[in-house]
Design a protein around this ligand. Structure first.
Ligand SMILES: Cc1ncc(COP(=O)(O)OP(=O)(O)O)c(N)n1
Ligand SMILES: Cc1nc(C(=O)O)sc1CCOP(=O)(O)O
Ligand SMILES: [Mg+2]
Length: 417
């Protein structure tokens, strides 16, 4: 809550001096009960100074209206127009929250990235215990960004959290005011299966990322299913089907079988390049490179709940991937590889440059094996979450043994860190 122009000015100066990785601005100007919480002179400073520094601005409809000189906002179309106008003040994303729109059975928020709108729909929970929902949403977005989420994913997870918290606190009776507080710690009281079905991407799953290769499987007489089963048995934490020489029908059949295997082990399954196969087998996500369909398009096709990874070799590509809604980056080739033709080698310096430039979690790829995986993780880059490996796991007779060995090397580096 920034009640005066002077305080906003000092905040902006401090942010210039000490830049933060992600800035969520919740322009707290009007309380849910209608009280004004900042003096009118703050408007100019919000719009001209603070918003330009923000990654996302999250006004409710009353605040959006105030920011735009009192325009009335009654419909989703009005909220879209407001998001577009607020975007022009300079933030990278805008979320106009519709929780206080009257006469709707849903709580619809409008998310805007400067090009497209996403309507985020949630249940309207009937309760007086709504005090602090906006602050909670903004804080939850910030927490998800700190964990490495893309913006849309962070907003979706935060919205789910607020919805679940409201649901679990709806019957609390605390205090006498028109609004009551809600319980942020509700999860301590409920088993995990009660807190909503939203699937969440856990960046730690990038720790040992197994990427299949049909030629290698053929060479060793392994089916895709057997190779995936063995990799999971050895401790792979995520699997990508990268099948370049297989017909679509056979690919889909194998992908469906691998989904069953991965699901029963709780290991996410991603599909390389092929959004159609991912949709048809309901995979957990897709990995795309710089010459594939863009992450932005993939996000449109898969929706907010799926995992999207993007191959990046430069900070600029990493920035674009984040803007496009990616969940993680694959960065390589760290070492020379023969698995992918004509793949430039970035070395540790290239990997470091991409990691340092991005808020997203990163998995290193290219020529990584049991001899050098430790040195990659010893770089100690906070968002470097793991290694992705093809030949050192799959161009081998015993995939489970190779995976187990690599996992134990990675674990020992993690224990020392
Ligand atoms: C985890 C991971 N990182 C990078 C890639 C490479 O993707 P791309 O550049 O699109 O090349 P192909 O794999 O499609 O040949 C990847 N697949 N996985
Ligand atoms: C699929 C892929 N992508 C790369 C990139 O640099 O983006 S390197 C690569 C192949 C990695 O295979 P291996 O573990 O056998 O070296
Ligand atoms: Mg690709």
């Amino acid at each position: 809550m920034l009640p005066s122009a002077g305080i906003i000015k000092i905040l902006c100066e401090s942010l210039q001096k000490f830049p933060v990785k992600a800035l969520v601005v919740d322009p707290v100007m009007v309380s849910t009960s209608g009280d004004s919480l900042s003096d009118p002179s703050t408007l100019t400073y919000y719009r001209d100074e603070l918003f330009a520094m923000a990654d996302i601005v999250t006004p409710n409809v009353k605040e959006a209206s105030k920011l735009l000189g009192g325009v009335s906002l009654h419909t989703i179309a009005d909220m879209r127009d407001a998001a577009e106008s607020i975007y022009k003040f300079g933030p990278r994303y805008v979320l106009v929250k519709g929780g206080d729109m009257p006469d709707s059975s849903e709580a619809i928020d409008v998310f805007y990235d400067g090009k497209e709108f996403v309507e985020l729909r949630g249940h309207r929970i009937k309760t007086r215990n709504t005090h602090g929902t906006g602050c909670t949403l903004a804080s939850s977005i910030a927490a998800e960004l700190a964990k490495g989420s893309s913006m849309l994913n962070a907003v979706q997870v935060a919205k789910n959290f607020v919805e679940s918290a409201l649901h679990h606190s709806k019957d609390l009776v605390i205090g006498n005011g028109p609004q009551g507080p809600f319980d942020h710690l509700f999860r301590l009281r409920c088993p995990p299966y009660n807190i909503g079905s939203q699937q969440r991407f856990n960046p730690d799953s990038l720790f040992l990322y197994a990427v299949t290769d049909s030629r290698m499987n053929k060479r060793w007489g392994h089916s895709i299913e057997d190779a995936v089963k063995a990799a999971i048995e050895g401790g792979a934490t995520i699997v990508q089907l990268r099948e370049k020489d297989i017909e679509s029908r056979a690919f889909l059949e194998a992908a469906k079988a691998c989904m069953d295997i991965c699901k029963s082990s709780g290991v996410p399954l991603l599909i390389n390049d092929r959004v159609d196969i991912a949709l048809a087998c309901n995979a957990d996500g897709v990995h795309v490179g710089q010459s594939d369909i863009s992450a932005r398009e993939v996000r449109k096709l898969l929706g907010p709940g799926k995992i999207i990874g993007v191959s990046c070799k430069t900070p600029a590509q990493a920035e674009q991937a984040w803007r496009d809604g990616a969940d993680y980056l694959g960065c390589g080739g760290v070492f020379p590889t023969t698995t992918k033709a004509n793949n430039p080698t970035l070395g540790f310096e290239g990997l470091k440059a991409v990691c340092l430039a991005s808020k997203l979690p990163v998995v290193a790829i290219g020529g990584i094996n049991a001899t050098n995986a430790g040195s990659v993780m010893e770089l100690g880059l906070p968002n470097l979450k793991g290694v992705a490996v093809v030949s050192a796991l799959f161009d081998r007779e015993c995939v489970s043994t190779e995976t187990r060995n690599l996992r134990s090397i990675l674990t020992s580096v993690r224990c020392l860190a």
